[in-house]
Design a protein around this ligand. Structure first.
Ligand code: NAD
Length: 263
């Protein structure tokens, strides 16, 4: 199937590692030009050169801490200067720290989680939406988590802010559907990245992180952890021309981990 992404301009956030990196590569393989965003310019520069060389696409990058409003504004300006438009936004960044209610509700932690897990996505959408509306074509996909379907113990901030973001995305999806713009989210289950290793270390106690990850794999009906490429394939489809009639969904990519009937 031709996804119809050749020549589209995709802004990929959190592109230097994990699922974001896999999304950048999958979109490049489909012929999309890329604007890569993460905090480390060095990593982005190497990735942009690698993907441009391998897939013959144009790949630019900008380094920014997306939890900071002024850096989001700067990166949006840089992206506009580099391409003049954006057709696709993949909204993504690192997750908030693990912790239950009491460990998470200091003013400082609440603010940090809000900035990173809610506001970063909203700011990027706010910046790119007017152009998509003008051109009557756009794809917005945010990366959230299975926690929006079923909250996860000891991830209070993720449970709180990703659910809020999902509500906002659903609202937006209905408002812009008539402008040819779709708004969806992808909800990974256990996916083998450095973020998952960090969570395994945080919940390891006396066990090794590898033992914790093996237990996670066993508890998943597929019997293994997911791969970043498997999440990226779902993201790329939702970004595609072919997915023009899919909007407002929160799609789990979780090896069967969620047990609810409609998730
Ligand atoms: P990762 O740590 O491998 O990659 C995160 C990417 O975001 C990196 O490129 C990093 O540089 C970038 N990033 C982090 N903080 C940033 C910031 N402030 N500004 C700009 N860029 C920033 O993580 P991942 O596993 O690919 O996860 C991506 C998202 O999906 C996270 O929010 C994570 O919580 C969520 N998630 C992951 C899993 C999983 O099992 N891996 C499951 C559910 C949800």
């Amino acid at each position: 199937m031709d996804l119809g992404l050749r020549g589209k301009v995709a802004v990929v956030c959190g592109a230097s590692a994990g699922i974001g990196r896999a999304v950048a590569e999958t979109l490049a393989a489909e012929g999309a030009d890329l604007f890569l965003v993460a905090r480390r310019a060095e990593a982005l520069s190497g990735l942009a050169a690698e993907l441009a060389g391998r897939y013959g696409v144009t790949a630019r990058f900008g380094a920014a801490d997306l939890s900071k409003g002024e850096e989001c504004s700067r990166i949006l300006e840089e992206q506009g200067g580099a391409f003049g438009r954006a057709d696709v936004l993949f909204a993504n960044a690192g997750g908030p720290p693990a912790g239950g209610f009491e460990a998470s509700v200091s003013e400082e932690k609440l603010r940090q989680g809000w900035d990173l897990t809610f506001l970063a996505a909203v700011r990027m959408i706010r910046g790119l939406l007017p152009g998509m509306r003008e051109r009557k074509w756009g794809r917005i996909v945010a990366l959230t988590s299975v926690s929006v379907h079923e909250p996860i113990a000891n991830l209070a901030l993720s449970n709180a802010y990703r659910a809020g973001l999902t509500g906002l995305l659903k609202t937006l999806a209905t408002e812009v559907a008539g402008d040819g713009i779709t708004v969806n989210s992808v909800c990974p289950g256990y996916t083998r990245t450095s973020r998952l290793e960090e969570l395994a270390r945080a919940s390891a106690g006396t066990q090794s992180p590898e033992t914790v990850m093996a237990a996670w794999a066993q508890s998943t009906p597929a019997g293994r952890l997911g791969l970043p490429e498997e999440v990226a394939a779902a993201v790329a489809f939702l970004c595609s021309e072919r997915a023009a009639y899919i909007t407002g969904v929160a799609l789990p990519v979780d090896g069967g981990r969620l047990h609810g009937l409609l998730a």
